[in-house]
Design a protein around this ligand. Structure first.
Ligand SMILES: *Cc1c(COP(=O)(O)O)cnc(C)c1O
Length: 414
């Protein structure tokens, strides 16, 4: 997948002590915001922090980036540059050609690979794929994608991909007969996985597949533990909890002396919390239950708000993921203000364009701003200009201290 050509993707370096949120507020209050268009602020410092946290918490795992999650050019470029600071022990010494456009199932591009490079490494989970590879790509390095239990994930992937353990021996035998090189095992526990035990289970399963291969005289060298890591700190489980379970499972099934290269391909983890959206109320409707009158009627009013971004734009992920969207009211309401049952809608003419309902919030007005955090994953990539509404502008910002850090690491970003 190529990085998206963001219309305007210059990066603003923030002054010392100035945060991405301050930058957002400055735009909201500034004179240039006459149109009150919705806009996004992407905090590149947050992405850097996430990568450093990954390296510290999962020291044996080399993190790649699942570009499909957010392909904005500054994000992809930053992660590519950051690969320079991945410690040597987490670097891979084998072929870096991971991008693929041949088979339907694929791994993600490592952060440091030019997009044009065609892939050697591909995943497979069935026999037909092996026949196809043996005929078309004799040099392929194949990775067997194992079925994982993703019932606790926000987005399930194993309904579509993954070989059950029971057919793995047969697949490995077939590969051997066809002279197809199988170098390792991958799995994906589903995006937004909320149960760390799933990783432990899959790592244990992968161990069994490694043993099957060695019984057939093949030495596998790669374990890919996929993605699924939480992207925000208000998720059901923290990244550290997931990492603890993974580290224990790896030490048990793939201890360092096994010599197996361990990689992951997080998407959501890096980018979910780095993007925030500011949207403006463009219309409002007050619904009063007809059977009530007087004061009671006033209290039972339902509020309907329309804002200038929606399910076809920056909230496209919430449509797929059925996540609860929680707006932050920019102008702090006073605690005495009455609360109304309210719903929030996008600007298009589609009745599906409902962002949130049953919000219990004070009365808002046309022109008020609402802020939304954690909109970086699987949102811009699936957004469209349906109904003629332009996608919001993205402001990429880099906090001062991030810039200082990157320069000290010789990463060319500022
Ligand atoms: C989508 C995807 C990822 C990234 O998943 P996240 O849950 O966003 O971390 C990683 N690997 C594969 C094969 C994928 O399809």
């Amino acid at each position: 997948m190529r990085p998206r050509n963001t219309r305007k993707s210059e990066i603003t370096i923030l002054e010392e002590g100035f945060t991405a949120r301050d930058f957002m507020e400055e735009i909201i209050t500034g004179d240039c915001q006459i149109d009150k268009d919705a806009f996004l602020v992407a905090d590149l410092g947050d992405v850097v922090k996430k990568l450093l946290r990954f390296l510290k918490t999962l020291p044996r795992v080399k993190p790649f980036y699942a570009i499909k999650c957010n392909n904005c050019r500054p994000i992809v470029k930053l992660l590519a540059e950051l690969d320079l600071i991945v410690p040597a022990r987490q670097k891979l010494h084998w072929s870096r050609n991971l991008e693929l456009n041949l088979t339907i199932s694929f791994m993600q591009t490592p952060v440091n690979v030019p997009y044009q490079v065609c892939s050697q490494m591909m995943t497979f989970d069935n026999e037909v794929e092996l026949f196809k590879i043996s005929q078309n790509h004799p040099n392929a390095k194949m990775i067997l994608r194992l079925l994982a239990d993703d019932t606790n994930a926000t987005i399930r992937l194993n309904v579509k991909f993954g070989a059950p353990l029971t057919i793995c021996r047969h697949l490995l035998e077939t590969a051997k007969k066809l002279n197809v090189d199988v170098i390792g095992v991958s799995f994906h526990v589903g995006s937004g996985c909320s149960d760390p035990k799933t990783y432990a289970q899959s790592i244990g399963d992968a161990r069994l597949v490694f043993e099957m291969a060695s019984e057939l005289g093949q030495k596998m060298t790669l374990l890919d533990i996929g993605g699924g890591f939480p992207g925000t700190d208000d998720s059901k489980i923290t990244f550290e909890e997931v990492a603890d379970t993974i580290n224990d499972a790896l030490d048990l099934s793939f201890p360092e002396i096994s010599g197996v290269n361990i990689i992951a391909e997080p998407g959501r983890y890096y980018v979910a919390s780095s993007f925030s959206l500011a949207a403006n109320i463009i219309a409002k409707k007050v619904l009063s239950p007809p059977e009530l009158c007087g004061e009671e009627n006033g209290r039972k009013k339902n509020m309907v708000y329309y804002i200038n971004d929606g399910i076809y734009g920056s909230f496209s992920c919430s449509f797929f993921e059925k996540t609860l969207v929680k707006p932050i009211i920019y102008k702090k309401p006073s605690p005495e203000q009455p609360i109304y049952n309210s719903s929030l809608w996008g600007p298009t003419c589609d009745g599906l364009d409902k962002i949130a309902e049953h919000l219990h919030i004070p009365e808002l007005n046309v022109g008020d701003w609402l802020l939304f955090n954690n909109v970086g994953a699987y949102s811009m990539v699936t957004a469209s200009e349906f109904n003629g509404f332009q996608l919001p502008k993205i402001h990429f910002v880099m906090p001062h201290q991030t810039c200082v850090f990157l320069l000290s690491e010789n990463v060319q970003c500022c």
